[in-house]
Design a binder for this molecule. Structure first.
Ligand SMILES: [Zn+2]
Length: 311
């Protein structure tokens, strides 16, 4: 089963063409993304932006994304400028896509936002899928909390978009593909001594520190606490650290959300669209102790396999 391409579409009441200058800037922004656990490059031994070939193929580029989750793994992405929209095509099975595409989507959408900012245009880009009913229509994805739905831009009756080949981009995965662990034994309450372990796990799991506020809310901290952190600290890493400290100190409504445990952290990460990080921590913290005698059905009852696009 092939992964369906993710489309980036611009809207201004109606669908509008890709803004002038957006595509090359998007590529440049993606290529400039480099940190300890993720790098983006042109495929080796092809062309460089200094090569005239680059300009010949400028409407369709391949990128190598190398990501470290325990070990380095390389993925290939094709990015195509169709002028009406930009297509992001993941090379690989749906199984592979499920693990990494939610992260890739965030990476690409952040590069689009950064490009929009650089050329001083509004953030009116949305993610969509190609409509299976008609070629001139887009199925625009509406993300609301953990609910995902698509609406057609021109079909009277919106097409039905379902299945992992589409929803793998949004971290909506079937239960049997997850690394499923028993939560028992991971409910011991964490304290400030665990701060370093938590921050290391978040970093190794590619957590976007700039999303710290969403995480804080899901962990049970109040908006006033988070706003205070925001005004006292200017660096996102400091804000994230302070936010985790508040959580470990069981401030605000933390105990109502289950208190500071690895389990509640994983759940909160899943709720704020940081599934790859949640998977990393789950693997790192839970798998080694998972009770091998338990069957998948016990850990993940079939009733939780949903038809709706909900985790
Ligand atoms: Zn349609």
């Amino acid at each position: 089963m092939e992964t369906k391409p993710l489309l980036i579409v611009w809207q201004d009441k109606n669908t509008v063409p890709v803004p002038q200058g957006m595509f090359p800037l998007l590529i440049i922004n993606l290529l400039s993304h480099k940190n300890d656990y993720c790098t983006v490059d042109f495929p080796q031994s092809t062309f460089s932006p200094l090569d005239p070939q680059y300009y010949r193929y400028r409407d369709a580029l391949s990128l190598w994304i190398k990501i470290k989750i325990r070990v380095w793994k390389r993925y290939t992405l094709h990015i195509i400028n169709h002028y009406t929209h930009i297509e992001v095509y993941f090379v690989g099975s749906v199984q592979k896509a499920k693990q990494i595409c939610p992260y890739i989507r965030k990476l690409v959408m952040k590069a689009v936002s950064d490009s929009a900012k650089a050329i001083n245009i509004e953030y009116n880009h949305v993610t969509a899928f190609s409509c299976p009913k008609r070629s001139t229509c887009y199925c625009v994805v509406d993300v609301e909390e953990e609910d995902f739905e698509t609406n057609c831009t021109s079909c009277a009756d919106s097409a039905d978009i379902s299945g992992d080949s589409y929803w793998c981009w949004f971290g909506i995965v079937d239960c049997d593909s997850k690394i499923i662990m028993s939560d028992s034994g991971h409910s011991q309450v964490l304290n400030v001594c665990d701060l370093d372990d938590i921050l290391t796990d978040l970093k190794d799991g590619h957590y976007y520190s700039s999303d710290w506020k969403d995480l804080g809310l899901k962990l049970g901290l109040y908006d006033t606490t988070l706003s205070a952190i925001e005004s006292n600290y200017f660096d996102v890493e400091d804000r994230l650290r302070k936010c985790i400290v508040k959580w470990l100190q069981r401030a605000n409504g933390v105990d109502d959300k289950g208190g500071p445990t690895w389990t509640t952290l994983v759940r909160a990460l899943e709720q704020c669209d940081s599934k790859p990080t949640a998977e990393h921590i789950r693997y790192n913290r839970f798998k080694r102790n998972a009770n091998q005698s338990q069957t998948d059905d016990e850990l993940c009852p079939p009733t939780s396999k949903k038809n709706k696009h909900k985790p």
